[in-house]
Ligand binder design. Structure first.
Ligand code: NAD
Length: 499
């Protein structure tokens, strides 16, 4: 039997085996086979990575903005030129189709480009003569070693939301990507080295809860950025905050798309299908519930159904619309909601089980699935299913739809489809969700605005990238300065006042 390739850590600018002997299988989800094994770090391996980042920090922090920017610029150029290689890695380990993998990389590149503006973005403020001969100014300085823990569904984009900004701001990083599709992080770390990044500034440790826990409590880690499911996000937030760290923990979602009767139903159906089934629904900004305001539900469901029958499911390398799910276990869990929907009285309009695929029969396949008349107290409605499953809920009015969205425990993204500007404006004001689309189904903000939800979709108050990212990875220092002359002498124990 041939031995499978091992995915090692990346520490101190080179591949590293670490001391832990645990490992986990990494699948090719389109084939249903184990393609590689990834090492799973223990706390000693995390210590080694943090020590490397801590040792690299003083020099990197004091490296000129121009030199740091030069490295980021090289990285941007290399990543853009070689994005096809990275897309192939994403398709092989995650299963998403090539066009979607390239889209993910493009959104990550946006953040690299944003981080190139760091010299401007991290500038402080200056007030002259706040008191006679006294000036006050602020600086934004890096934090030190920061930990990034990312999910399986965006193996390139989510790390890219964070490490370019953290590094451009002068921090050093330990990245712990998902153990389900870990290779993209190593590939990007090697590319950063090729771009001129000094050893130790970006380290990658692979692992599971054991590695994560070691990062959360490590005394030399100053901040944690996490993206993943809500229960883990809450745990990360509470544990890391308890250990005195700055934390941003982005959690799960259940995103609603409200379709008003005046909407263009063809455009709304296109949007629901694109946003519901792209990346097999494994997106935190996927639309998972269409809220149809009567009397348009019948027509909208018919239009969505018609579009679903045309979707090609199969191996991501073969020009299909939708790939497999990440693991067999996840595929089976998602499929179990189809039985549940039946039991709960929903109408299963399209059942994705047993779909014909353009790929190997052993892949983790589930075709597009559509439920209608879903009850809002069923698990199908309430749970984050995270697969190619779209639910339709029928409501009588805008107010009923809005109330439904606002009662959700999640508040990541939402969208309204309408041609009524007044209704859209009212929605943007009234809806309790962090990212809102108006006739835009996946309203992921561009890199110079920040990404983050409300309620159980984000723990902590700092959003990812954009101004939120700059604020998170830097801390402000305020300096009050006076250049002394003899007129400033004398004793005065009173609280300083300005004059
Ligand atoms: P996950 O929560 O299972 O894993 C995320 C990370 O946490 C991984 O690195 C994993 O190794 C680690 N982890 C898993 N269990 C842990 C534990 N018990 N203790 C400590 N660490 C643990 O999430 P996932 O399945 O990889 O990703 C899908 C989830 O991520 C979905 O819920 C999705 O909505 C969410 N997500 C959210 C956003 C967002 O921006 N809000 C973006 C992408 C994904």
């Amino acid at each position: 039997m041939t031995e499978l390739p091992a995915i090692t850590h990346w520490i101190d600018g080179a591949p590293a085996l670490g001391v832990s002997t645990r490992s986990a299988p990494v699948f090719n989800p389109a084939l249903g086979t184990v393609a590689k094994n990834v090492l799973l770090a223990d706390s000693a391996d995390v210590d080694t990575a943090v020590a490397s980042a801590q040792a690299a920090y003083p020099l990197w922090r004091d490296t000129s903005q121009a030199k740091r920017q030069g490295v980021m610029f090289n990285f941007r150029e290399l990543l853009n030129a070689r994005k096809g290689e990275l897309a192939d890695i994403l398709t092989a380990e995650h299963g998403k189709v090539t066009s979607d993998a390239l889209g993910e990389i493009a959104r990550g590149l946006e953040v690299v480009e944003f981080a190139l503006g760091m010299p401007h973005l991290s500038k402080g403020e200056y007030s002259e003569n706040v008191s006679t001969g006294v000036d006050v100014y602020t600086l934004r300085q890096p934090l030190g070693v920061v930990g990034i823990i990312s999910p399986f569904n965006f193996p390139a984009m989510v790390p890219l939301w964070f490490f370019p900004i953290a590094i451009a701001a002068g921090n050093t990083v330990v990245l712990k990507p998902s153990e389900k599709d870990p290779s993209a992080s190593n590939w990007m770390a090697a590319l950063m080295t090729e771009a001129g990044l000094p050893a130790g500034v970006l380290n990658v440790v692979h692992g599971d809860k054991e590695a994560v826990d070691a990062l959360l409590v490590h005394p030399d880690v100053q901040a944690i950025s996490f993206v993943g499911s809500t229960p883990i996000a809450k745990y990360i937030y509470e544990t890391a905050a308890h250990h005195g760290k700055r934390v941003q923990a982005l959690g799960g979602a259940k995103n609603h798309m409200l379709v008003l009767p005046d909407a263009d139903l063809d455009l709304a159906a296109d949007a629901a299908v694109n946003a519901g089934f792209g990346s097999a629904g494994e997106r935190c900004m996927a639309i998972s519930v269409v809220v149809a305001v009567e009397p348009v539900a019948d027509e909208l469901v018919a239009k969505i159904t018609e579009r679903l029958t045309g979707l090609k499911v199969g191996d991501g390398m073969r020009g299909c619309d939708m790939g497999p799910l990440i693991t067999q276990a996840h595929r089976d869990k998602v499929a179990s909601y189809i039985d549940l929907a039946h039991t709960d009285g929903a109408e299963v309009v399209v059942d994705g089980r047993g779909i014909e695929v353009d790929g190997d029969a052993s892949g983790f396949w589930l075709g597009p699935t559509l439920f209608d008349r879903v009850s809002t107290d069923s698990d199908v409605y309430l749970d984050e299913i995270f697969g190619p499953v779209l639910s339709v809920v029928r409501v009588a009015s805008y107010a009923e739809g809005l109330d439904l969205i606002n009662r959700s425990r999640y508040g990541n993204g939402t969208a309204i489809f309408t041609n009524d500007g007044g209704a859209a404006r009212r929605f943007q004001n009234e809806v309790q969700v962090g990212m809102v689309g108006i006739n835009v189904p996946i309203p992921v903000p561009v890199a110079y605005h920040s990404f983050g939800g409300w309620k159980d979709s984000l723990f902590g108050d700092a959003k990812a990238y954009g101004p939120g990212g700059i604020a998170f990875y830097t801390r402000e220092k305020a300096i009050t300065s006076r250049w002394l002359d003899p007129s400033h002498g004398g004793i005065n124990l009173g609280f300083p006042q300005n004059a």
